[in-house]
Write a protein that binds this ligand. Structure first.
Ligand code: ADQ
Length: 495
């Protein structure tokens, strides 16, 4: 049963749900599909409810104009139904985009919100660029709202703003709508953690940031802790009246609702991929596979993980020649120095562990630095004995959930960091503090030697929970929280 919104929706995100790229032969712009869970879940609702999507298309315009092509007729992706008229591309100059995206979003908000303030760079000109870009997104969002008003004059559009790139767009949208007498409902969802007050107050322009987020009527975070952190910041920094139990914040004579909305994955799709995937990893039946799958990012704890694996081989030598650690790391933010340094550090560490322990017939670590297809990934998840998901801090972490969905054969074990949002509900995982190398090695040993009946019990519970709380459940919860979930037996009222 498709999920439907009673209001036409405008989704606003840094990136459009597909990127544009020039075809080398024809020179024409084409849509390149993104396969993330968010796009898979949200795009059909936008298509179905006749809504719009506002975002950056991944390219810079040559003449101030970006023409979005229609989807390829063979496109089977969830965004194929999004017509050109349903997409608004935000055209940004390269210099401005660099300051906003690299300078402010990635060099400041990313580390700060992951509670790594020493890595955060606070620069006034980058913050100014961030605000200008947010204003531009706001301007185009209002354009989208006007279009919806013409098309559906009797309904109030729902604007859903995503993530840390767009935290100060809402008030601009509100002001412009007020001026034109346009009614609108606004929601925000943050995909990364929201840190404690003590971290947040390091941001020199915290007031403006909090007020920006409070421009929305409804604010969602993955888990309750992040919600409470936000409520505390509003109280302590802005002096707002708050209700911590009901998660309400009063601001500018409005009551803003805060909701925990744990995101998830398209469970059935991953399960099906795993059932159909070929086994591509040539690993003897008697060897156990430990698996890591991450973007190459310092928050994901890759160096800590490899050090713990090294310690496992030292402390429990019986695993030598009997286990393989398979790490897949997607290149990420490759033009940023700290990411280049992290890659070098990891390359060296993996080289030194392999040099230290390899025998003529065995190397302990296999490492792919690159993107792999989702069906290949599903096969890796299915064939792994242990998934090692140990970020130093992570908003949610979808890899833990994808692994569980793909465990369609011999039950494996999930080793999970308590600092990932997913640890809040995935209670049957083996939890480990990634900073404590000795304990980490012990937990890896325990995971590798856990009896089958215990693995089974844990995995069944994990799978049942993720199956019912999948990405569609998340979307329904969101629409319910903003009172826009269409009764699933009715047709859409605003059409
Ligand atoms: P990310 O930091 O990107 O997301 P995560 O939730 O783990 O982290 O999602 C990563 C995605 O990339 C997964 O779907 C995974 O399958 C895919 N992926 C990873 N390595 C890959 C590889 N080598 N090849 C192909 N695909 C690969 C942010 C937040 C998270 C939050 C999500 C969603 O940082 O905390 O869970 O948004 O809200």
């Amino acid at each position: 049963m498709p999920i439907r919104s009673t209001s036409p929706m405008v989704v606003v995100s840094n990136r459009l749900p597909f990127t544009l790229a020039k075809n080398a032969e024809t020179g024409k712009l084409e849509r390149k599909i993104s396969a993330g869970g968010l796009v898979t879940a949200v795009a059909p609702v936008v298509v179905e409810a006749g809504g719009l999507w506002v975002g950056w298309p991944g390219i810079y315009s040559e003449n101030g104009l970006i023409e979005i092509p229609e989807a390829d007729p063979n496109d089977q992706s969830p965004t194929a139904g999004l017509k050109t008229s349903q997409v608004i591309a935000v055209d940004l100059k390269k210099e401005m985009f660099d300051k906003y995206y690299n300078g402010c979003c990635n060099a400041c908000f990313w580390p700060l919100f992951h509670s790594m303030p020493d890595r955060a760079i606070f620069e006034g000109d980058k913050w100014e660029a961030y605000k200008i870009v947010n204003e531009e997104f706001a301007r185009l969002t209002v354009q989208a709202i006007r279009q919806l008003k013409d098309k559906f004059p009797n309904s109030i559009p729902l604007v859903w703003i995503h993530d840390y790139h767009l935290m100060v767009a809402a008030n601009h949208i509100r002001d412009m709508c007020d001026e034109e007498g346009l009614r609108v409902k606004m929601a925000f969802f943050l995909h990364i953690p929201f840190p404690s007050w003590d971290i947040m107050r390091l941001f020199p322009w915290e007031d403006e940031l909090l007020q920006g987020i409070l421009g929305c009527d409804s604010i969602g975070f993955h888990v309750e802790d992040y919600c409470l952190n936000f409520v505390d910041c509003c109280k302590r920094r802005l002096g707002c009246r708050v209700d911590r139990d009901k998660m309400l914040v009063e601001h500018n004579n409005r009551t803003v609702e805060i909701n925990p909305l744990p995101i998830s994955i398209p469970y059935e799709r991953f399960m099906k991929l795993a059932e159909e995937a070929k086994s591509v990893l040539e690993v003897d039946d008697n060897k156990q596979l430990l698996l890591g799958v991450d973007r190459l990012d310092y928050t994901k704890g890759l160096v800590h993980r490899i050090k713990a694996f090294e310690h496992l081989l030292e402390k429990y030598p019986e695993h030598k020649e009997n286990v393989i650690f398979f790490q897949v790391a997607v290149p990420s933010r490759t033009d940023v120095l700290v990411y280049q340094e992290l890659k070098e550090e990891l390359d060296q560490l993996i080289g030194s562990v392999n040099g230290k322990f390899s025998t003529p017939n065995w190397s302990p670590i296999r490492y792919i630095y690159g993107c792999v297809s989702q069906d290949q990934l599903a096969g890796f998840y299915r064939d792994a004995s242990v998934a090692v998901v140990t970020p130093l801090r992570d908003g949610m972490n979808l890899v833990a959930k994808e692994f569980v969905a793909c465990q369609t054969q011999e039950p494996g074990v999930l080793v999970l960091s308590p600092f990932a949002g997913s640890a809040e509900s995935m209670r049957e995982a083996l939890l480990v503090n990634p900073y404590e190398t000795n304990e980490f090695a012990d937990i890896l040993h325990r995971a590798l030697t856990l009896p089958k009946d215990e693995r089974e019990v844990r995995m069944i519970k994990l799978r049942n929970r993720e199956r019912t709380h999948d990405v569609n459940y998340w979307l329904r919860c969101f629409l319910k929280s903003v009172e826009c979930l269409e009764d699933e037996n009715k047709t859409i009222s605003h059409l």
